[in-house]
Design a protein around this ligand. Structure first.
Ligand SMILES: Nc1ncnc2c1ncn2[C@@H]1O[C@H](COP(=O)(O)OP(=O)(O)OP(=O)(O)O)[C@@H](O)[C@H]1O
Ligand SMILES: [Mg+2]
Length: 259
């Protein structure tokens, strides 16, 4: 379980807090959605959870409990272990998140080299296994390719494979389907749902798109200007929003929208 309690994040050079006191719980095995307009603090929340935020640039307060430990107060080495092994991260632009000069296989294996004692052969076997798990046909071929030799949808699957290679309990997905066309987007969402059901991985799915979140999340939180203005069961929020901003987001969805 992940529990965020009264989290505040302020960049030293900013006039207001990027995250202004949020509370959010992600239960084991649950997929929670985080939606809101651009600049509302979704990515900063995910960066804080994943430890990718540059601590020198921000002041942080509150608690982020991962399996009972407050990751805001852990020593750096322990934090790195949790973040490498227990929390996986997938971003919007797979192309920019990957090293163009490194083969796919080496990138998928990277976290194993850092966080496990597996031998080279074992790492390779594990990488091929997760590449298969994310429904990539011919994993051996993909393993040897460079990022530019793959399609956007393939790369997003590779990113998901790299994020689950250490068998994390939690996946943070920051706009994982935004750069993809509608068909591929639906396939990736189906993959995420399957990984959640089969492996019980909890997920935080960030999107500006309420339709995307509705497809796979059981609960949703709506952010505006660093605050969560509404949260609850997905269908309740969608059918009977309590906050005007949520209603605005819902009304912005075209009636027969596919996206
Ligand atoms: N490195 C940074 N330095 C200073 N301010 C930042 C930095 N990163 C983000 N911010 C600010 O923090 C606030 C929240 O940004 P964040 O990226 O979390 O928004 P978001 O909800 O993810 O938006 P989007 O939907 O556009 O991705 C914004 O006001 C942004 O300008
Ligand atoms: Mg963002």
């Amino acid at each position: 379980m992940v529990e965020i309690r009264d989290l505040h994040v302020r960049f030293h050079d900013a006039s207001r807090e990027a995250v202004a006191g949020i509370d959010l719980t992600i239960h084991d095995g649950e997929i929670v959605g985080l939606v809101g307009e651009s600049g509302s603090g979704k990515t900063v929340t995910a960066m804080t959870l994943s430890g990718l935020i540059e601590r020198k640039k921000v002041s942080l307060s509150g608690e982020v409990l991962v399996g009972g430990r407050d990751i805001l107060r852990l020593p750096r080495t322990e934090l790195r272990t949790i973040q490498g092994r227990e929390i996986g991260v997938v971003f919007q632009e797979p192309m920019s998140a990957m090293d163009p000069l490194m083969r796919i296989g080496a990138q998928v294996e990277e976290a194993l080299a850092v966080h496990t004692q597996l031998t080279k052969e074992q790492r390779r076997a594990r990488a091929l296994e997760v590449l298969r798990d994310v429904d990539l046909p011919a994993p051996e071929e993909i393993y040897r390719k460079y990022p530019h030799e793959c399609s956007g949808g393939q790369l997003q699957r590779v990113m998901i494979a790299a994020a689950i290679v250490t068998d994390p309990h939690l996946l943070l997905l920051d706009e994982p389907t935004t750069a993809l066309d509608v068909t591929v987007q639906a396939q990736i969402l189906a993959l995420l749902r399957r990984l959640n059901q089969e492996r019980g991985i909890s997920m935080l799915l960030i999107s500006h798109n309420l339709q995307v979140v509705r497809r796979i999340c059981s609960r949703v939180a709506v952010m505006q200007r660093g605050k969560i203005v509404e949260k609850g069961e997905m269908e309740r929020v969608f059918t009977a929003p309590q906050h005007p901003y949520t209603a605005k987001l819902i009304n912005a969805i075209p009636h027969r929208a596919q996206r």
